[in-house]
Design a protein around this ligand. Structure first.
Ligand SMILES: [Zn+2]
Length: 316
């Protein structure tokens, strides 16, 4: 990685650790948020939705002007209310038709139960290759999107995971529903922005050896497994998996977690969740499609359309 890219990677990581969401530019290029951005400058975004993608926030800012792309117009990140299946179809179909500016490499595939959207993000300026996201957008209300990420490695697609992917299909867990950064029927560019920053976090993890920014553990009723989950996943110098905005794991929950019976909790994890923590991976049909070795599966085959799909592993 070029020194300038690494420097930018580090800067964006520092901002994520400070709960500052970076800018996401066209083609999914993540750039640091301008240093002069304050909450007051963000106008309506001064509520508690700190994870809102500020790359889609209003206006050009000094720091962003160095990038030759243009900051995006203000976008509504989410829909305000639960909407019907017909409305989901209408809103998604209208949006995928106009993604070519923000995500020009996007492709759409029809499906009996929704839309498949494939999109590409450069992730970081100067990076040799970017990421591809395969996103299932069901029309059934409540099902929610489900997406997988792959690095476009010249030797073949590399699944992006397992940190902050869902159990056990390895789909992207880029935000928690409680963060209110995106809801069903919301803006698709904002959704891909969130996936793009999630991929950026993985890149940072790979290069710098630690996850940047806030992270969560397991929601109820499985919070009893969290000492095991954190001990297995969190590094000492990452923000603690309890969701803390300021404390690193080593000085937050780790001393207490260490007093738990790791082996017993590992067994309990398998008993409750049905597989081991390390067993996350994308469905074969998804991996095959990503590598050009198979047809795209139907959304129904890789997504439980009957149930709410609140992520079991969360991160913001
Ligand atoms: Zn903690």
């Amino acid at each position: 990685m070029e020194p300038s890219s690494r420097e930018m990677l580090a800067k964006i990581g520092r901002q994520l650790d400070a709960n500052v969401f970076p800018h996401v530019f066209d083609n999914g290029v993540v750039m640091p948020s301008a240093s002069d951005v304050t909450s007051s400058a963000l106008g309506k975004e001064t509520d508690d939705e700190q994870q809102r993608p500020r790359g889609s926030a209003a206006g050009s800012r000094k720091g962003a002007a160095r990038w030759k792309g243009t900051p995006r117009r203000s976008r509504q990140a989410g829909a305000s209310a639960r909407i019907s299946s017909g409305l989901l179809r209408t809103t998604y179909e209208a949006q995928v038709a106009s993604l070519e500016k923000e995500y020009p490499a996007s492709r759409v595939f029809p499906d009996d139960d929704g839309i498949w959207l494939q999109s590409e993000s450069a992730v970081l300026s100067g990076l040799d290759y970017g990421a591809t996201f395969l996103i299932a957008l069901p029309f059934a209300p409540g099902a929610g999107p489900r997406a997988w990420g792959f690095w476009n490695d010249p030797r073949g697609p590399l699944w992006i995971g397992p940190r902050h992917t869902n159990f056990f299909d390895g789909s992207i867990c880029a935000f928690s529903p409680g963060d209110n950064v995106w809801t069903e029927g919301g803006n698709l560019t904002s959704l891909i922005d969130l996936y793009t920053v999630w991929a950026f976090r993985h890149l940072y993890l790979e290069v710098m050896g630690r996850w940047p920014g806030r992270q969560y553990s397991l929601p109820p009723p499985n919070e009893v497994l969290n000492p095991y989950y954190r001990l297995a996943q969190c590094k000492d110098n990452e923000l603690c998996g309890c969701g803390s905005l300021t404390s690193r794991y080593a000085e937050c929950c780790k001393p207490r977690d260490l007093r738990s019976d790791f082996g017993r909790l590992a067994q309990e994890f398998v008993r409750r969740m049905g597989a081991r923590l390390g067993d996350r991976k994308p469905p074969l049909a998804i991996a095959d499609f990503a590598s050009g070795q198979g047809a795209l599966p139907s959304i129904r085959d890789v997504h439980n359309l009957m149930a709410s799909t609140a992520p079991t592993s969360k991160q913001a």
